[in-house]
Write a protein that binds this ligand. Sequence first.
Ligand code: SF4
Length: 77
Amino acid sequence: MADKSIKQPENVPGKYYVDQTCVPCNDCVKEAPNLLEYSADETHIFFKNQPKNQAEEKQAKAAMAMCPVDAIGDDGE
Ligand code: SF4
């Protein structure tokens, strides 16, 4: 389970976030390219946007479900 106390600093505020256990394998970006982005130093992924509609919410959930290290959480604020 992702830990909101160790969020990546670039995450936009909101429900979804990536924490500091991200590997990064880059798989989640393919699921939600409008929501997720590689950091400038390519060490991790972060949420650049929160979902704004049902389709994007589905993408965020899909990204969360497929993360191999459970680095994506949906209990942020
Ligand atoms: S799927 Fe998980 S580990 Fe892989 S890049 Fe995304 S957040 Fe990081």
